[in-house]
Design a protein. Structure first.
Ligand SMILES: Cc1cc2nc3c(=O)[nH]c(=O)nc-3n(C[C@H](O)[C@H](O)[C@H](O)COP(=O)(O)OP(=O)(O)OC[C@H]3O[C@@H](n4cnc5c(N)ncnc54)[C@H](O)[C@@H]3O)c2cc1C
Ligand code: FES
Ligand code: FES
Length: 1333
């Protein structure tokens, strides 16, 4: 056997690993071993794309190199033998030259926190290596597996689109009409509003793409591949052996010798099982370049495809075949192709093999149901010989006599051509359109007797509805001989429902939805086939009713990107003054090159330890015992810290760090394991044995909390007018309620910290991804019983936070610091995605109950509202969230008589906390839901009722703060005008009348978002500005850069104030050492408050230097600095802003808690599929009043990013908890944030021209949070579409739609004969899989 030496190239440099560990994945290898930290960890399971790199492989037979993207987190390094890996560092850097994609991503403002950027760059780079001039479709396809939580994707697409053949057009023509020449609903095109509107970036300055400049494939690897004798390679690690046979014979021998060893191809099935389910394989077999596994052969009766082909290769092959063969022969191929287009992201499709997909037999496999109905056969081989088995239901159920034998391998798959009168269809519905496992999918095939329309063969299989792919074989059998008509359909639905049964408690939940999908798909199949029959024999078969054809059409998907209208700077403004200009994010280029350093990118400190947490598996229990002995005895384990070690330092304010004698939620921190390495710590954590005894009551939901009166403190209340009296005078009264699910922050960088004891005077440094360094300093100082001046907290940048990096971060930092201090060694703690989602909580689930009294014209004269938030097990910021909800619940409306009360419910869930918008996205939705219901009752449109209740002029809010609603009205009217609301509303009506199964909906929502912190002290900010003798400036301030561009804005401020180029100003990060006693970064005010402090510091400096400058007005900053030094004038200044005057008296329910209001309006149009619950956001128009924008590119990015995050909140982001309080959704594979496929196909954003001057920073407004709420325009547009469907089906009565409006909720609300047909379970007759909390 060959010496165990792994050889591959990384960024053009040869890597030889002598002692390779087969358990090692490429991601940690790059990051830790090679110190290439540009490639990021976002999830570890292939679901986020942050770890994307390009792998290039030479094929000596075809003499070609294949470049493909992979997720480094799932790529075992042993699989890379002989390949060339390219990471973001390999394609360009600030030290060498930038790659055009890096440059354009940054300059088009496609980076915010920058954590996703290297992955985006590498997905795009790989596409460009294969397609230097891609189409827009190829581009969105290439980026489909990459998530970004900040930007909302539009600027990323803008950047990438500059490489496309025809920039700006979808390049797909329908009826010969280009998308650019055609509006939505056939309406006239959007008018470019402001011709003088400057671009946010200039294409002219971009570096051209020059493919000759790319890294070449290493010739050494080509020679090696050509010359090397095919011989099995074996890599032995401590626990695992990796065998890479290079010939089929060797592969069969290896499989014979180790029949239980998996064949690892793409590792996208084996990898996640090892990582997340704890499966262990001591031996794996990974075939390498075995030609027989890559076979592609086409015969007249079908295709044979090698099991080793990647799914992407299969997709290309099928795309080619369907072009060449007549349609009747390619039914199965077309169906497979349809699913291959949406299956996972590009990385996974390039890694995963056809054989791996088939053999792993996931219950939600998209391809297996189709391969099974298509009568495919599997060509198996073992040392004993070859045999064929059908890819049948028995194979899919793993019946022993229909399965592979352990020593057999799958060599290839025969996929027969379809025959005349044979039809195959593919269906799937997922939470998100792309890169999401199907909730239910299906393959269906029918063969008719020649010409007669009589069923000869019928085959229907479903995925997602059982432990494996399920066949409705009995139903199919009974339908043979039946004509293809409505009667058959009706019988088919009943038979299938009888056969494919789901218990109410079935895993995965959504049981009734799944039942509805089962027959909705069947109906779609019926229509599809009927249509095809009609096409084949028009005389014999009837046409489908026009209105029914909509069941078969795809949802609207024409891409037509945005227009952005922002403000011009004043023409008299000096050209070098950057305020008001779309300056690129300060770190944009470094984000795109991977040079931007995040917490876990910091090199290891000498003798550094790793800390991981053991968390509770019970939601409410007594800890009977904790046995640490086994864990402590494992190699590398240094210590395990429990509450006993922390003693009285175990609490800070209202929070307890580690559980003492009880746990109050699943995910409650129980103890912390510290070991020499991350792997050792994680392995030991699994061996800590905790014995629990469950306690009563177990409170998970808001309703349970109300029932048990389980609240934190007493309720908060605001009241104005006389509600009771007003109820007596109104025309009508309605009562209703709406529930909103929570939301995960899903910052791309998980919670990360590194604590370094300095070894002198007990000093300790904390490098941490947080929004609130001063708080971390306080908590750590208290825990270690040190004074604050010994504890320094440093934050260079944060890879997204959104409110989630304050409370829990400080608790984890305190425990990590305790460990570091106890052992006098640096300790690192980085949460895995699943841990992060489990432990940290998110946006509060909310229940709003309302009673509204209103007049016939829609005026709401009396409103009584109750808000309940699910706070979880500790208080955290929940009361404040409730308070903000009450203060902001009026949104844009004047309710003359209003009572609102709010409660923070104490439950056995992880503590929920701040998330962008801080209570407003929930409270605002409750109000808008109430208004929508009032409109229905009055027979008016929702926008009429919105307009009639809107604040009109100078008015007072319900807590008596004065406000001017002029900009609100302007945004509203402008949004209605810009979106051509009334014309489009008519067009939507026409569309709905013509289409029974697809409906469109339109909604326009106003926004009044109050900005301010409710207290002067919370608004204070400080800055420090140093001028050095060479004339350069270093600025620091109290704000944290978490993607919102605050540092960029601060440099703009210094540049304007000191009248020096931005290039002379530097900002290193935030630290409690330079600016002490800072406030948390959040609440949309970070740039404003800190900017005023920076401005103050600059003005102090200018004042001091004024005599020097006026003495030498044409001098440079170097001259002035030297002169100041010579005259002993300090070149360093502290700036300070004391905070805006604000107050709120909760006793009286009055005050002036906010400094100003951000106004806006959004109009969204959606299309829904009534049969599946799918939806597509067709177009969104946003008009915002942003004051005087400091940086329109950054501000636009904040609005768009927030809008998309809000859209996710209200439509697809769904957390699921078990009835025992266990969070199921712990990663991107179970929890879907918006991906590139979700953004509106058309988007227009405009800023109102700046008008009034205010005392904020250059009269700007903070825009970080307000846009989230505008996402609810999509919610109400869906609501509108669902109402249209219900109306057409004659369903009257109240429509309660909770948030998020998922495919499940949409489908089940569009009641029809199919939803009537499905069996329903009596509540209480079963234990549901999940509970809405
Ligand atoms: C993030 C993510 C998203 C996904 N999204 C989707 C989706 O939308 N739809 C969908 O259908 N699937 C999806 N999947 C699942 C994916 O399709 C499968 O994981 C993949 O096809 C498995 O192929 P592989 O080559 O990686 O298998 P591996 O993990 O390498 O192997 C899987 C199994 O197959 C066996 N095996 C492999 N090849 C052979 C062979 N030649 N002979 C015998 N046994 C063999 C192995 O022994 C092993 O047990 C997703 C997976 C991930 C990680
Ligand atoms: S870290 Fe690899 S895909 Fe998320
Ligand atoms: S910029 Fe994409 S995740 Fe932050």
């Amino acid at each position: 056997m060959e010496a165990p030496q792994l050889l591959f190239f990384v960024n053009g440099r040869k890597v030889i690993e002598k002692n390779v560990d087969p358990e090692m994945m490429l991601l940690p290898y790059l990051r830790k071993n090679l110190r290439l930290t540009g490639t990021k960890y976002g999830c570890g399971g292939g679901g986020c794309g942050a770890c994307t790199v390009m792998v290039s492989r030479y094929n000596p037979s075809t003499k070609t190199v294949r470049h493909h993207p992979v997720n480094a987190c799932l790529t075992p390094i042993c699989s890379l033998y002989g390949t060339a890996v390219t990471t973001v560092e390999g394609i360009g850097s600030t030290r060498t030259r930038l790659h055009p994609i890096q440059e354009r991503l940054a300059k088009c403002h496609g980076t915010q926190c920058g954590f996703c950027s290297p992955g985006m760059v590498m997905s795009m780079y790989t596409l460009l290596r294969n397609q230097p001039e891609p189409t827009l479709e190829q581009l969105t396809d290439a980026l489909g597996g990459n998530l970004c939580r900040c930007t909302g994707y539009r600027p990323i697409i803008d950047a990438c689109k500059t490489f496309c053949k025809v920039s700006g057009c979808c390049q797909s023509t329908e009826n010969g009409v280009c998308c650019l020449d055609k509006g939505i609903n056939g309406l006239a095109e959007f008018q470019e509003a402001d011709e003088t509107n400057p671009e946010l970036f200039s294409e002219e300055e971009f570096l051209p793409l020059d493919p000759t400049q790319e890294l070449i494939f290493p010739p050494e690897l080509m020679i090696m591949a050509e010359k090397q004798a095919p011989k099995t390679r074996v890599f032995c690690g401590d626990r695992m052996t990796w065998i890479s046979p290079m010939t089929l014979k060797e592969l069969l021998e290896a499989k014979f010798k180790y029949p239980q060893a998996p064949i690892v191809m793409g590792n996208t099935s084996v990898g996640p099982e090892v990582k997340f389910k704890g499966v262990f394989h001591s031996i794996v077999i990974s075939p390498d370049r075995i030609e027989e596994l890559g076979v592609v052969s086409q015969a007249c009766d079908g295709l044979t495809l090698g099991a080793g082909l990647s799914l992407d290769q299969v997709k290309d092959i099928l795309a080619d075949v369907v072009q060449k063969l007549p349609e009747e022969k390619t039914q199965t191929y077309r169906a497979l192709l349809k699913h291959l287009r949406t299956l996972a992201g590009s990385q996974i499709r390039n890694m995963a093999s056809l054989g791996g997909h088939i053999v792993s037999r996931h219950l939600d496999s998209d391809l297996n149901p189709l391969l099974a109905v298509g009568n495919c056969t599997l060509n198996l081989l073992s040392k004993d010989g070859a045999r064929q088995i059908p890819l049948s239901e028995q194979f899919l159920c793993k019946c022993p006599d229909a399965d592979l034998q352990p020593q057999e391998i799958l060599v290839s798959v025969n996929i027969p051509c379809s025959r005349k009168w044979e039809f195959v269809s593919a269906f799937r519905q997922a939470q998100r359109q792309q890169n999401a496992l199907a909730i239910v999918n299906s393959g269906m095939r029918v063969l008719f007797r020649e010409g007669g329309g009589i069923i000869k063969e019928l085959s229907i299989l479903y995925g997602g509805v059982g432990p494996t792919t399920i066949s409705a074989k009995n139903a199919c059998q009974r339908l043979i001989g039946r004509p293809w008509d409505e009667e058959m359909l009706d019988t088919a639905c009943r038979l299938v429902l009888d056969e494919v049964t789901l218990l109410g408690s079935a895993p995965g939940g959504k049981v009734e939805f799944k039942r509805a999908l089962i027959i909705s798909f069947l109906f779609k199949f019926y229509l599809e086939v009927s249509q095809s029959l009609k096409r084949l024999d028009p005389g014999h078969y009837p046409s489908l009713a026009d209105r029914y054809e909509s069941a078969l059409e795809d949802l609207h998907s024409k891409h037509h990107w945005r227009t952005l209208t922002h403000q011009n700077v004043d023409p008299v403004q000096l050209p070098q003054d950057p305020i008001g200009r779309p300056v690129m994010h300060l770190s944009g280029i470094k984000h795109a090159t991977g040079e931007a350093i995040y917490c876990d990118d910091m090199p290891a400190v000498d003798r550094e330890l790793f800390l991981t947490f053991v968390t509770s598996s019970r939601a409410h229990a007594k800890i009977v015992s904790i046995d640490l002995s086994e864990a402590l005895s494992l190699p590398g384990v240094v210590d395990i810290i429990t509450a006993d070690h922390l003693q009285e330092a175990n609490t800070f304010a209202t929070e307890t760090f580690l559980a003492t004698d009880e746990v109050h939620c699943v995910g409650h921190l129980v103890c912390a394991v510290i070991a020499e390495s991350e792997t050792q710590a994680r392995q030991a954590a699994k061996r800590v044995r905790v014995v629990y005894q469950d306690l009563e009551p177990l409170i998970l939901t808001i309703e349970e909390a109300i029932q048990h009166k389980s609240f934190f403190e007493s309720n908060r209340k605001l009241e104005c007018g006389n509600v009771e009296e007003a109820f007596k005078t109104v025309d009508q009264i309605l009562e209703g309620e709406i529930h909103l699910g929570g939301q995960e922050h899903f910052y791309m960088e998980t919670q990360s910290m590194l604590v370094v004891p300095k070894g002198e005077d007990e000093e300790i440094d904390i490098y941490v991804s947080t929004q609130f360094p001063k708080y971390i300093q306080d908590v750590v100082a208290s825990t270690l019983k040190l004074s604050a001046n010994k504890v320094m907290c440093h934050v260079r940048r944060v890879g997204g936070a959104f409110g989630g990096k304050v409370g829990k971060t400080s608790i984890m930092a305190a425990i990590t610091a305790f460990a570091a201090s106890r052992h006098g060694r640096a300790v690192r703690c980085i949460l895995e995605r699943g841990e992060d989602m489990l432990i940290t909580g998110g946006r509060h689930p909310y229940l709003g109950k309302y009673k509204a009294g209103f007049m016939k014209d829609g005026r709401i004269l009396a409103l009584d509202v109750e808000h309940y938030c699910n706070a979880g097990s500790t208080l955290d910021e929940s009361l404040w969230v409730i308070e903000m909800g009450l203060l902001k619940m009026d949104n844009a409306y004047k309710f003359p008589n209003l009572r609102c009360r709010g409660w923070a419910c104490r439950t056995n869930l992880p503590s929920n906390t701040a998330l962008r918008g801080f209570g407003f996205p929930q409270a605002g939705l409750v109000t808008e839901a109430c208004i929508t219901e009032v409109a229905v009752k009055c027979g008016l449109s929702p926008e009429q009722v919105r307009a009639v209740n809107m604040y009109k002029q100078i008015d007072r809010s319900h807590y008596k703060q004065e406000l001017s609603a002029k900009p609100l009205i302007e945004c509203w009217t402008e949004c209605i005008a810009r979106s051509s609301y009334s014309t489009r509303k008519a067009a939507v009506g026409k569309f709905n009348a013509e289409n029974f199964w697809k409906k469109r909906g339109l909604a326009v929502i106003p926004l009044k978002y109050p900005v301010g912190l409710g207290s002067v002290a919370l608004g204070q900010a400080a800055a420090l500005v140093h001028v050095y003798l060479d004339g350069s400036v270093l600025v620091t301030h109290g704000g944290i850069e978490m993607g919102q561009g605050v540092h960029t804005k601060m440099i703009q401020v210094v540049s304007r104030e000191l009248r020096m180029p931005m290039s002379s100003v530097h900002l290193r990060g935030t630290s409690t050492e330079t600016v002490p006693n800072t406030n948390a970064s959040g609440g949309s005010v970070v740039a404003d408050l800190n900017g005023l402090a920076v401005k103050d510091a600059c003005q102090t400096l200018l004042k001091r230097l004024e005599p020097i400058i006026s003495n030498n007005p044409h001098g440079t900053w170097k001259d002035w600095a030297q002169a100041a030094f010579d005259q002993s004038i300090s070149l360093s200044a502290v700036g300070y802003f004391r905070g805006y005057e604000s107050d709120m008296n909760w006793e009286k329910g009055e005050g002036h808690p906010f400094e100003y209001f951000v106004f806006g309006a959004a109009c969204s149009e959606v299309e829904i599929d009534c049969l599946t619950g799918d939806h597509k956001n067709i177009r969104t128009d946003i008009v915002m009043d942003v004051g005087h924008s400091i940086n329109p590119a950054i501000d636009m990015g904040q609005i768009e990013g927030a809008f998309i995050q809000g859209m996710g909140l209200y439509t697809i982001e769904e957390l699921s908890y078990s009835p025992q309080g266990v969070l199921y959704s712990r990663g991107p594979n179970q929890y879907k944030i918006p991906a590139i496929c979700d953004i509106p196909t058309e988007m227009h954003i405009s800023f109102l021209p700046p008008r009034e001057h205010s005392n904020t920073l250059y009269s700007s407004k903070g825009l970080g949070e307000s846009g989230v709420f505008l996402g609810c325009s999509v919610f109400f547009a869906i609501h509108d579409a669902v109402s249209a469907a219900r109306q057409e089906r004659g369903i009257s009565g109240p429509l309660r739609l909770d948030s998020p409006l998922t495919p499940e909720r949409i489908r089940m609300a569009c009641e029809d004969k199919f939803t009537k047909m499905i069996p329903r379970d009596e509540p209480g007759s079963y234990v549901p899989w999940n509970v809405p909390v």
